[in-house]
Design a protein. Structure first.
Length: 69
């Protein structure tokens, strides 16, 4: 599954125009904005804001299953 990823050094991230274009061009099924938040939240359908740790856990689950082995 393709992911579009953007990293922002902020506590209140916003989706950039380039990020949206990248998602369309690559036909990414999921979008992730990684920022300095303690806890992530959905930004819009298909795009979620993550802390770095949450993003690593999400990728681990996506590719290795719930056990993460």
């Amino acid at each position: 599954m393709e992911w579009a990823i953007e990293i922002q050094n902020t506590l209140s991230p916003k989706i950039s125009k380039g990020f949206s274009i990248s998602m369309e061009d690559t036909k990414a099924a999921k979008g992730a904005v990684i920022s300095r938040v303690d806890e992530g939240y959905p930004i819009r359908e298909g795009v979620r804001n993550y802390s770095l740790l949450e993003f690593c856990e999400a990728i681990k689950k996506e590719y290795y299953g719930a056990e993460g082995s």
